[in-house]
Design a protein around this ligand. Structure first.
Ligand code: NAD
Length: 253
């Protein structure tokens, strides 16, 4: 039984009950962690507040990670509320005009995709590290489209490759502070973000047909792995990309 009593976890990227962030927040809370849940903007506040009310003593905070002022403000609020942090979950991704082929990606769309999907991990880690006074665990969410070409994933593939490399560099830089940095590479899951990817059902079907477990992953399984990686059971793991994809990544033809 993993016990996170006395630990404070901040989870970024809650949009609704389908969000991977929500499954992770639930598992961390069940294990006894105190949850701070961050949502992007006012439009998402009601859902975030309603979901957070289901978790004992969880609080919500607004933070748009494209704004340094929001990031500074949220870490000031977290410091004032909790005095420390133990776990940070970055479950954020966005690419404008993701339907465009990589060849047709506009400079500004590239900038925003890499800013929101990869740079934000750096900015959040920088905000969290001084509060992780007893060490900590930082987690992000990636996808196999970083490494292999998937139809319609487009510029998000290179953005996830940057995110995964960032995980390794941050892990090396933060190791001396006993802060571990890892990513979960989740299989395809029907969420709000996934709606932007054309023919997403085809990817789900391919996993069912060709993946070792012949089914798609459930968000609770991603939550379980996040719980493990956030806990002391994973104290020897940092800089890793852990697949939670029902084994799809091992398949060739
Ligand atoms: P989701 O839509 O529920 O979550 C994406 C979150 O990113 C939303 O909460 C959104 O508000 C947030 N976000 C976007 N721009 C932001 C900004 N400027 N500031 C703050 N927050 C911002 O979808 P999800 O599938 O749960 O996605 C979470 C993570 O999991 C993403 O990194 C995604 O790429 C990754 N992932 C998803 C899948 C999948 O198939 N759903 C698979 C592998 C990895």
């Amino acid at each position: 039984m993993i016990d996170l009593k006395g630990k404070v976890a901040v989870v970024f990227g809650l949009a609704n009950k389908r969000s991977i962030a929500w499954a992770i927040a639930q598992r961390l809370s069940e294990a006894g962690a105190t949850l701070a849940i961050c949502y992007q903007n006012e439009r998402l506040q009601r859902d975030a507040d309603e979901l957070a009310a289901e978790l004992p003593s969880a609080k919500t905070f607004r933070c748009d990670v494209s704004l340094d002022s929001d990031i500074d403000a949220v870490f000031s609020q977290l410091a004032a509320t909790y005095g420390k942090l133990d776990i940070l979950v970055h479950s954020i991704g966005f690419a404008p005009n993701i339907k465009n082929a990589v060849l047709d990606t506009a400079r500004d769309d590239f900038r925003v995709a890499f800013d929101i999907s990869a740079y934000s991990l750096i900015a959040l880690a920088r905000g969290a590290a001084p509060l992780m006074t007893e060490g900590g665990s930082i987690l992000t969410l990636t996808y196999y489209g970083s490494d292999k070409v998937f139809p319609n994933y487009n510029i998000m593939g290179p953005a996830k490759a940057a995110l995964e490399s960032t995980v390794r560099y941050l892990a090396a830089e933060l190791g001396s502070k006993k802060i571990r940095v890892n990513a979960i590479s989740a299989g395809p899951i029907k969420t709000l973000a996934a709606r932007g990817i054309g023919d997403f059902t085809k990817i789900l079907t391919a996993v069912e047909e060709r993946g070792p477990l012949h089914r798609n992953v459930e968000t609770v399984e991603v939550g379980n792995t996040a719980l493990f990686l956030a806990s002391d059971l994973a104290s020897g793991i940092t800089g890793e990309i852990t697949f939670v994809d029902c084994g799809y990544n091992i398949t060739g033809l």
